[in-house]
Design a protein around this ligand. Structure first.
Ligand code: FAD
Length: 265
C-alpha cells in the first residue's frame, strides 16, 4: 500500500517528528511505501492568492473557486499544487499529522488543503441537480482510499471527553474528518490522538509510540468511522437533512452523522 503523510510541524526534533518517524518505520516494516510532505521543510505556501492562477488575466477579478476550477481543468495549477495532487492520487492512504493549535490544524496545513483541494478534484465533482449534490460525503475522486489523523494535544484526555471543558475531541476533529477527508471520498479511520504532550517524558513516549505502532500495523483493516452517505439514501435531497432514525439512540450534534452500529444478526 502507498501511504502519504502530510506533516505540519516546524521543528525536526519535535515530539511530532519522533512520532512521524515511528509511523514511517512501522508502515515500512509492514511492507508499505511511504512518502512524506513535510510542509515547513518544503517551505509550503499556505495562502490562496493570485500567483496560484497564472492563467488569470491581470485585470480579471479573482474568484477563488472559479479560478481553481479553470486552472484544474486547464492544467494550469502551479507545480507545487500539481505535485501534491499527484501524491494524493498515488496514495492508497493519507495521514495528516499535526499538533493541535487553537483547537485546529496549524495554518500551514489548512493552507495545504485550501490550495491542493482544487475545484474539480476535491469538490465540484459529479452531477449537481435536484437529484444529486455532487460526488461527495462517501463518493468523490478519492473514494476507495483511506485517511486518518495523527494529532498531539497539550490538554489532558479528560479535557476532551464528553463533558470536558475543551469539548469532545471527536467534535473538534469533525470538520477535518468529515469536512476535509470524508468530503472527497476517503474512508476515515478513527484518529490517533496523544494527550498531555507538553509533559511527555521517555516513559509516556514509549506508551504512545507503541499505541501508534499498533495503529500503523492495522491501518489496512481498521474499520472506518461509519459516516452516513450523502447520495446513498441517508439524506433528503436537496435539503441535505439526515433522514430520521439512522443515528445511534440518543446521538446528537455531529454524532448524528454516523450510522448506528448494526445489531449482530
Ligand atoms: P514538543 O514541544 O516537541 O515536545 C513536547 C514534550 O515532549 C517535551 O517535553 C519534549 O521534551 C518531549 N519529547 C519530545 N520528543 C520526545 C521523544 N522522542 N521522547 C520523549 N519525549 C519527547 N494544546 C491543546 O490541547 N489545545 C490547543 O488548542 C492548543 N493550542 C496551541 C496553540 C499553539 C500556538 C501552541 C504553540 C500550542 C498549543 N497547544 C494546544 C499545545 C500543543 O498541542 C502541544 O504543544 C503540541 O501538541 C506538542 O507537540 P510538539 O510536537 O510540538 O511537542
Amino acid at each position: 500500500m502507498n501511504v502519504l503523510i502530510v506533516f505540519a510541524h516546524p521543528e525536526p526534533r519535535s515530539l511530532n517528528a519522533s512520532l512521524r518517524d515511528i509511523a514511517i518505520e512501522e508502515l515500512e516494516a509492514q511492507g508499505h511505501t511511504v512518502q512524506v510532505s513535510d510542509l515547513y521543510a518544503m517551505g509550503w505556501t499556505s495562502e490562496v492568492d493570485r500567483p496560484d492562477f497564472p492563467a488569470l488575466g491581470a485585470d480579471d477579478r479573482l474568484m477563488p473557486a472559479g479560478a481553481s476550477r479553470d486552472a484544474f481543468k486547464g492544467g494550469t495549477l502551479t507545480e507545487d499544487v500539481k505535485a501534491e495532487i499527484d501524491k494524493l492520487l498515488w496514495a492508497d492512504t493519507l495521514i495528516l499529522q499535526f499538533p493541535l493549535w487553537w483547537y485546529a490544524m496549524p495554518a500551514i496545513l489548512k493552507g495545504w488543503v485550501d490550495r491542493v483541494y482544487a475545484y474539480g478534484f476535491a469538490y465540484g465533482v459529479g452531477e449537481h441537480s435536484d437529484k444529486r449534490w455532487g460526488d461527495r460525503f462517501g463518493e468523490g475522486r478519492l473514494a476507495g482510499k483511506r485517511a486518518m489523523l495523527i494529532v498531539t494535544a497539550g490538554g489532558w484526555e479528560e479535557h476532551y471527553s464528553a463533558r470536558g471543558v475543551n469539548g469532545p475531541i471527536d467534535d473538534l476533529l469533525f470538520p477535518i474528518n468529515h469536512g476535509i477527508l470524508y468530503y472527497p471520498g476517503y474512508d476515515v479511520l478513527p484518529p490517533f490522538v496523544a494527550y498531555s504532550t507538553d509533559r511527555f517524558n521517555e516513559a509516556r513516549f514509549a506508551v504512545a509510540a507503541e499505541e501508534l505502532r499498533q495503529r500503523m500495523r492495522t491501518i489496512e483493516t481498521t474499520a472506518p468511522i461509519p459516516y452516513c452517505q450523502q447520495n446513498g439514501g441517508d439524506y433528503l435531497i436537496p435539503t441535505m437533512k439526515l433522514k430520521p432514525g439512522l443515528e445511534a439512540p440518543g446521538a446528537s450534534g455531529f454524532a448524528l452523522h454516523q450510522l448506528a452500529p448494526q445489531a449482530e444478526g
